[in-house]
Design a binder for this molecule. Structure first.
Ligand code: AMP
Length: 423
């Protein structure tokens, strides 16, 4: 039997890993400038956290979670999203005690049993932020600006930022009744899923991709017309703040997002050329979640962004600038190999990237390997070199050679760093 990776997962191979690392570095760099601190939570949590946090009626919880019983009979779930674990950690570690506004970010794998396709995997990666503690619309603006800055600094053009407000508990309750009334006499025309949504959370009908439902939802009342005064003001300030920063956006009154916990501001960034799976990132304000997870009422706002899709968008040329060895030690015979093992450790400790032969190959085939690895230099050590204490340091590109004392680690390092054997 041939062993295969699990459907919907991907191996990130050498060559591609460098792109991931560069992306992670950029994310960490921008996060640091915005003064967000990294948090790492476990990959699995008690299932209850997502049932409560993500929401019982969401697609994630009803259909997509990887849930299992451990040997103690506890129900655990691989994290399908980052927000509930971060809030759990925030509460459990009392992170709000010292700072009334806690700004956190994460980069982590997530797991959802969806139908895999381009840009949609079962294990994927997200980076995200959670700013916990401020009710002010200005922090919504900061979070969105941080989100946009990462894309801009990566050189991504053609982004679309969609923005909406879905109100608070109060204004949403009356809107929900209005929407339910509108949909009530069209219930027969809705798909089975939307009929279920109708009783539980009719706002989610806006997310339906079925043509019949889309047509009905096109005429449906939108929440923006029913926002209470405070939510309206909040939304206005967010819009003004974004305009002040020159961040363009499009208000989309049908944007409701698939998670249950959002309040007021919601947003999504769409990427260019991604086809059906074009959402790069989604986020918003979630003023009730901390309380729902057992904390004191604490407003918060954040986003989560997919990394696979972002890398698809970037489609940058592959180059691995730091993946070539500085030096390949060529050893001829067991004694020479033994010496090379000692030398290479010292050279590596001195900071050089080095490689040597572990297959007992001939001189010719070791040289071929050094070329294939694109090593900058090669140092050949055989019986004669063992005796004399000298060896030839060869610059691979020019073919220039220089005799060096192989025990002189510092000398070899400075020759290699100086790049020219004649210098
Ligand atoms: P969500 O947590 O569902 O709001 O998703 C936030 C972002 O994560 C999306 O906009 C996507 O970029 C990414 N994402 C969500 N689900 C997947 C998936 N199954 N595969 C790849 N990326 C995903």
């Amino acid at each position: 039997m041939k062993l295969k990776r699990v459907k919907g997962t991907k191996d990130i191979l050498p060559g591609e890993v460098e792109r991931w690392r560069r992306l992670e570095e950029k994310i960490r760099e921008v996060m640091a400038r915005y003064n967000y601190r990294e948090i790492r939570t476990p990959i699995f949590e008690f299932t209850e956290l997502f049932a409560k946090g993500t929401g019982q009626d969401t697609d994630i919880v009803t259909k997509e979670m990887y849930t299992f019983l451990d040997k103690g009979g506890r129900s655990l779930t691989l994290s399908p999203e980052g927000t509930p674990p971060v809030i759990r950690a925030y509460l459990e570690n009392n992170l709000g005690r010292r700072s009334p506004l806690k700004k956190l970010f994460y980069i982590a794998p997530m797991f959802r049993q969806e139908n895999p396709q381009a840009g949609r995997l079962r294990q994927f990666h997200q980076y995200g932020v959670e700013a916990i503690g401020s009710p002010q619309p200005q922090i919504d603006v900061e979070v969105i600006s941080l989100c946009v800055d990462i894309y801009q600094e990566l050189g991504l053009d053609g982004l679309e930022l969609k923005l909406n407000s879905i109100g608070c508990r109060d204004c949403r309750a009356s809107y929900r009744t209005k929407l339910r009334n509108y949909l009530a006499d069209k219930a027969d025309e809705l798909c089975a899923e939307c009929q279920r949504r109708l009783t539980r959370n009719p706002l989610r009908c806006f997310d339906c991709k079925k043509e019949g439902c889309k047509l009905i939802m096109k005429e449906a009342p939108v929440i923006l017309d029913d926002l209470c005064e405070r939510c309206r003001e909040h939304f206005q300030t967010v819009k003004e703040g974004l305009s002040d920063l020159g961040i363009s956006f499009k208000v989309d009154p049908t944007l409701v997002r698939g998670l249950d916990y959002y309040t007021r501001t919601v947003f999504e960034v769409l990427g260019p050329g991604l086809g059906a799976q074009d959402a790069l990132c989604g986020g918003g304000r979630y003023d009730d979640l901390v309380e729902e997870l057992g904390g004191v009422p604490t407003p918060a706002v954040g986003f989560a962004a997919g990394m696979e899709r972002l890398l698809l968008c970037l489609n940058e040329k592959e180059n691995s600038p730091n993946s070539r060895p500085d030096l390949f030690l060529i050893s001829l015979g067991l004694q020479a190999q033994r010496l090379c093992l000692r030398l290479i450790r010292k050279l590596r400790k001195a900071g050089l990237r080095c490689e040597m032969d572990f297959l007992g190959r001939s001189l010719k085939s070791q040289l071929r390997e050094a070329n294939r690895e694109r090593a900058s230099f090669a140092l050949v050590i055989g019986d004669r070199e063992l005796e004399t204490g000298e060896a030839n340091l060869k610059e691979m590109e020019s073919g220039q050679e220089l005799k060096v004392n192989w025990a002189d680690i510092e000398g070899i390092c400075s020759r290699i760093r100086g790049k020219d054997v004649n210098s």
